[in-house]
Design a protein around this ligand. Structure first.
Ligand code: HEM
Length: 500
């Protein structure tokens, strides 16, 4: 009798579970939206969970398989709408932004620092902070930070000369050290000394933040796909020890910083303090928001720039003719400025611009843009109404490798961007920094850092492919940002004649 009773209970339970999944997985079908059939209780997400694909390449695969302007998928039971049409993308992230002003990730409010990042904040507080932080990266402010970054690039070259000429250099690691030094100097006003000390505090913090260990991946997945659980189980987006250390560093800098620094070079802390002081509004920056701003620069600004920089140098080592042509441009620009790399001369290097555009096409290191719909939205020119709460994903690998927009997409071809005056004209399909009011606030700072580092490296070294350089590239499926599985080893051979 007992066994029969248990069997009955199990059958009922299984039946209820089946009903639950059938109901959840009917969301797109019931709305007549083309969709990719879910294959398990994980929805369509199994290849990512099983580490067979990165999220970016998983989205790209679905993008290539679906012919419609948009289609539905499921992450576990959560319906996600993936957008392919450039006009729809423009509508969502630019024109009708007011319907899509937040990202999909949800942060537990006890996680004080992470909940105050510009990246994770929701409206209306996002808008308030964004408008206060926008001036931080104006041309005038970037010009003030330029000497700090140039110093770090010179430091990078000096150390490369001492340590890395005879053996292959792991470019991603070197680039990380450079960008950590830059952010630590610019956002935290400290010398991170990552080159001198392999285990410097900032390098260790960076490693722990982006380490693809299971703990980090779980936090990321819960925040993205099970937002309700963040609060319920008091889960933090990053290990609280890391955010506490970052918070302590900024607090310490803020408290020791003199009321007024008259130094010509201004770091971000100065700029943020000035902003706070000159802000006469009722809702001025709180201390925690100011700390979170500096922390956000670190979290968003070192791994992204380092990865892009390393991928570009990797492509240059595979294409010596492009590398040589770029070097010639850099040399002639520096010669035209009395042997100096100046802030203004960065914008004279048009071929460098093309190379960075192409590098960011091939390697969109944050491989998707996401938004959550905040009230029902009728998509112009279609029968589709996106319901409040729907998660929207824009797959950058799909768009950036679509031969309709970029013929022969696997080829690293900077020339494809020359005379491309119609880029993103009728809609958006090239958006490595996102677009619209919620685009990357640090894009111009990132470009400055990359241009300085590439110029300094090419003036001093030839980037050479070695046996260990991975061709073709295999992506690390555990990584939180786009990364090569075996790193990006290449050789930096000092130029015989030192140029500058
Ligand atoms: C090559 C380097 C970088 C890439 C590829 C990159 C890419 C992106 C992307 C794709 C977004 C989302 C945009 C959107 O949703 O429309 C973003 C947002 C953001 N990025 Fe960057 N980023 C880079 C460097 C930086 C740097 C250096 C900083 C700061 C120092 C920074 C700070 C931010 C912040 C704060 C946001 C959130 C903006 C908001 O929600 O208002 N990023 N970035």
């Amino acid at each position: 009798m007992g066994a029969l009773y248990s069997l009955f209970l199990v059958t009922v339970l299984l039946g209820l579970l089946c009903r639950y999944f059938i109901k959840k997985f009917s969301y797109w079908k019931n709305r007549n939206v083309p969709y990719v059939k879910p294959t398990s209780i994980f929805g369509n997400l199994y290849p990512v969970l099983a580490l067979k694909k990165t999220i970016g390449h998983w989205l790209q695969e679905q993008y290539n398989e679906c012919n419609s302007d948009y289609f539905g998928i499921y992450a576990f039971t959560q319906p996600m709408l993936v957008i392919k049409s450039p006009t729809m993308i423009k509508d969502i992230i630019v024109k009708d932004f007011s319907y899509f002003d937040n990202r999909t990730v949800v942060i537990n409010q006890n996680d004080e620092i992470m909940a105050n990042l510009l990246f994770t904040k929701s409206n209306p507080s996002w808008k308030r902070i964004r408008s206060k932080m926008t001036p931080v990266f104006s041309s005038g402010k970037l010009k003030l930070m330029f000497p700090l970054v140039l110093d770090e690039a010179q430091h990078l070259v000096d150390l490369l000369k001492q340590h890395h000429c005879s053996r292959p250099t792991e470019m991603k690691e070197i680039a990380c050290k450079y960008t950590i030094n830059v952010i630590a100097k610019c956002a935290f006003a400290v010398n991170a000394r990552t080159f001198e000390n392999e285990h410097s505090e900032f390098r260790e913090l960076g490693r722990k933040l982006f380490d693809p260990r299971l703990e980090n991946r779980l936090r990321f997945f819960v925040a993205r796909f099970f937002p309700g659980l963040m609060k319920f189980f008091d889960i933090y987006l990053v290990n609280p020890k890391i955010s506490r250390t970052l918070q302590d560093i900024v607090t310490c800098v803020l408290h020791t910083r003199k009321e007024n620094t008259n130094a010509k070079e201004k770091d971000l802390i100065d700029i943020l303090i000035d902003l706070k002081k000159s802000d006469k509004s009722e809702d001025k920056f709180s201390e925690i928001e100011l700390i979170a701003a500096a922390v956000n620069f670190f979290v968003a600004g070192f791994e992204t720039v380092a990865s892009t920089l390393a991928f570009i140098l990797y492509e240059l080592c595979l294409a010596p003719d492009i590398q040589e042509r770029l070097r010639e441009e850099i040399i002639s620009t520096v010669q035209g400025n009395d042997g100096n790399l100046t802030y203004d001369s960065l914008s004279d290097m048009k071929y460098l611009d093309l190379i960075i555009l192409e590098g960011m096409r091939k390697y969109p290191v944050l491989p998707f843009i996401d938004r959550r719909c905040n009230s029902d939205y009728k998509v112009p020119g279609t029968d589709l109404t996106i319901e409040k709460g729907t998660a929207i994903y824009i797959p950058l690998f799909g768009l950036h490798y679509d031969s309709k927009y970029f013929p022969n997409p696997e080829k690293f071809d900077p020339e494809r961007f020359r005379n491309k005056t119609d880029l993103n004209c009728d809609g958006m399909y090239y958006i490595p920094f996102g677009s619209g009011p919620r685009n990357c606030i640090g894009g111009r700072f990132a470009l400055m850092n990359m241009k300085i580092a590439i110029s300094k490296i090419l003036l001093n070294f030839e980037c050479v492919r070695v046996a260990e350089t991975p061709v073709p590239l295999v992506y690390e499926t555990k990584s939180l940002v786009v990364a090569s599985k075996v790193g990006l080893p290449l050789k930096l051979v000092p130029l015989e004649k030192l140029l500058f």
